[in-house]
Design a protein around this ligand. Structure first.
Ligand code: SMG
Ligand code: MG
Length: 368
């Protein structure tokens, strides 16, 4: 397979409700859509970097720059392309996992489409549908939060994740438990908002029977995560800290977590995501698929990943209506708290041309 041209496209999708986390508030999802034209046909992917480097060091226009100026020229120069070879070639560039993931996924999509195989089968998926949860942002009032949780439970979501930060943790969790009962699968995600001195405070979450506490401390602080994990009954899950299978092995060896959130963009692609899954499985540790407010392109590919056997907890792969009134692809909808894993070749979906055109803010053609 040879690459002949690439299209880099910025799209802008208003969120149905602003999403507030400890990192800030987001009202619009801007994303980068990559379309490769190859000798075997098209390949599609999205880059999940945010506008600003707050969740991770990457940001959208920076990702576009590294793809445009370095990654694509490398691919044009390679001649024969295959997904694993692309991953090795891009390994020569440090960092930029979200940009790498987009390029590798588009190559993977094109090559799987050409052979007629779906991504789930390629990765070793074992499920036709996957259980999903929903990530609930920080709200102005507890009443507002309870209203949202009620709506999502009524819709059938199988797990509720509450975003927390100092000053918005014990009370909202208590209110959700008191209102909806102790059997609702519940987690919290701090997006690195706490400091080592908060360990005693965070232990206060133990009384609520949470499935897990996600990433309380900064990404590089495995030591504090290990201390908290030892001090707390609730399982500790890492997200931002895990950028590779090697990181996963290190964190598990240090006792810094007992659950892992896997996001392909954060670890540099679906091939590395599968390796993180394999490391976790070797340690007997469950994983689940995280979310980055993906468009339908990323959602389709994440569903394939979440069909692997080690994905034992509901993912942050909610139905389209949770995020957007209009997506660039056909919508995904919830049935019994599950989403179906796409079975069409490649990532299993392509953008709807009219929706894509409507939501596009700029397009750029890149040729050798
Ligand atoms: O896609 O449903 C989704 C969002 C899930 O909470 C979510 N993602 O840290 O897990 C996380 C956040 C990262 C994105 S918001 C900064
Ligand atoms: Mg997280």
């Amino acid at each position: 397979m040879k690459l002949s041209a690439a299209e880099l496209r910025f799209v802008s999708l208003p969120l149905v409700t602003p999403f507030r986390t400890s990192l800030g508030t987001q009202a619009v999802r801007n994303a980068l859509v990559l379309r490769l034209e190859t000798s075997l046909g098209e390949g599609w992917a999205e880059c999940v970097a945010d506008d600003e480097p707050s969740y991770s060091p990457e940001y959208l226009t920076g990702a576009a720059d590294v793809i445009r100026r370095l990654f694509l020229p490398k691919l044009f120069a390679m001649g024969e392309l295959d997904p694993a070879g692309v991953a090795v070639a891009l390994d020569g560039f440090r960092g930029h996992p979200m940009a790498k993931s987009a390029v590798e996924t588009a190559v993977l999509d094109a090559s799987l489409r050409a052979t007629g195989m779906c991504l789930s089968t390629y990765l070793g998926g074992v499920r036709r549908r996957v259980p999903v949860g929903v990530s609930v942002g920080i709200t102005d009032t507890i009443d507002e939060l309870l209203g949202l949780v009620d709506r999502y439970l009524t819709a059938g979501y199988l797990r509720i994740k509450l975003k927390i930060e100092p000053g918005w943790d014990i009370e909202p969790v208590r209110a959700v438990r008191e209102t909806f009962g102790s059997s609702v699968p519940l987690t919290v995600d701090a997006n690195t908002a706490y400091r080592p001195g908060d360990i005693r405070h965070l232990r206060g979450l133990d009384e609520f029977g949470l499935l897990l506490v996600e990433q309380p401390f900064p990404p590089e602080d495995l030591h504090s995560h290990a201390r908290l994990a030892a001090a707390m009954e609730t399982p500790l899950c890492l997200d931002e800290s895990i950028t590779s299978a090697r990181d996963a092995a290190t964190a598990l060896r240090q006792g810094a977590c007992s659950v892992i959130n896997i996001k392909p963009g954060r670890v540099g692609g679906y091939l590395e995501a599968r390796r993180v899954h394999d490391v976790a499985q070797a340690h007997g540790v469950p994983v689940w698929c995280g979310g980055m407010l993906e468009t339908g392109l990323g959602r389709a590919a994440n569903l394939a990943l979440a069909s692997l056997p080690g994905f034992q907890l509901p993912g942050d792969i909610s139905a389209t209506a949770r995020y957007y009134t209009q997506d660039i692809t056909e919508p995904f909808s919830l049935a019994d708290g599950h989403l179906e894993v796409p079975t069409a070749p490649g990532i299993g979906i392509t953008p709807d041309p009219a929706s894509l055109a409507r939501l596009t803010t700029s397009t750029e053609w890149i040729t050798p």
